[in-house]
Design a protein around this ligand. Structure first.
Ligand code: GRF
Length: 222
């Protein structure tokens, strides 16, 4: 099933680009029907235009009442016949005015292993805290920020000397891989949500390598 996707961006749009690229190569079964931003200068708009995707700009400053802003987004998404919404660096909190009409059909990507480091500057929070495993999360969106059921997470190592930029680049590279994958699972109708737990039907359950950073050394590695 092809999902009719709307993507909301506020900034550079590199995750949007990753989605566009996967759609183009035929590995993500989605039709990006519209890209909407709240920031007129967002580079993500340029990326969308370059890909021939319809765009819209809804400046939040023009809407003193947050719910009115949300209603305008819903109107545009419905007009574009969007079924599913991907937030890709969209820096506005959505209210029930948005989330009720799209209940269970909004996902977000966040640059940490939630529930660690929600909110702004997650890369800086992780580098500053000195975590050894950082990462990123694709999750369904609910009324609480960076909170809904988790579809996929990727861990990346953090090293001594990392700052928000070096660690952020390592995280971002994984964001570009897991976001299209999660959307493809949704397009394939393989994602089931029960309370907070998400099952990806048919996904492997391999334990993989038990990952520590730094790696365990002999004899602690056995
Ligand atoms: C990403 O780090 C994403 O996780 C966060 O905002 C950033 C957006 O980057 N929500 P881009 O606009 O996709 O390049």
């Amino acid at each position: 099933m092809t999902i009719a996707l709307g993507v909301l961006v506020s900034g550079s749009g590199s995750n949007l680009q990753a989605i566009i690229d996967r759609v183009r190569e035929g590995s993500l079964d989605a039709d990006i029907r519209i890209v909407i931003t709240n920031m007129p200068g967002a580079q993500g708009l340029e990326r969308a235009r370059h890909a021939g995707i319809p765009t819209a700009c809804v400046r939040h400053a023009d809407f003193p009442v947050r719910e009115d802003f949300d209603r305008e987004l819903v109107r545009l998404l419905r007009a574009a016949e969007v079924e599913f919404v991907a937030l890709a660096g969209f820096m506005r909190i959505l209210t029930t005015e948005f989330l009720t009409p799209f209940a269970g059909r909004v996902v977000n990507i966040h640059p940490s292993l939630l529930p660690a480091c929600p909110g702004l500057n997650a890369q800086r929070q992780q580098a500053g805290h000195g975590v050894r495993l950082a990462g990123c999360t694709v999750h369904f969106v609910d009324e609480q920020m960076d909170h809904g059921p988790i579809i996929i997470q990727a861990a990346v190592p953090a090293f001594a000397g990392d700052d928000e930029n070096t660690l952020g680049a390592r995280i971002l590279a994984m964001e570009h891989r897991i976001y299209p994958q999660a959307l493809h699972w949704i397009a394939q109708d393989r994602v089931r949500v029960r309370d907070r737990q998400v099952e990806v039907v048919g996904a492997a359950r391999s334990m993989g390598a038990m990952w520590t950073n730094p790696p365990l050394e002999t004899p602690f590695d056995a």
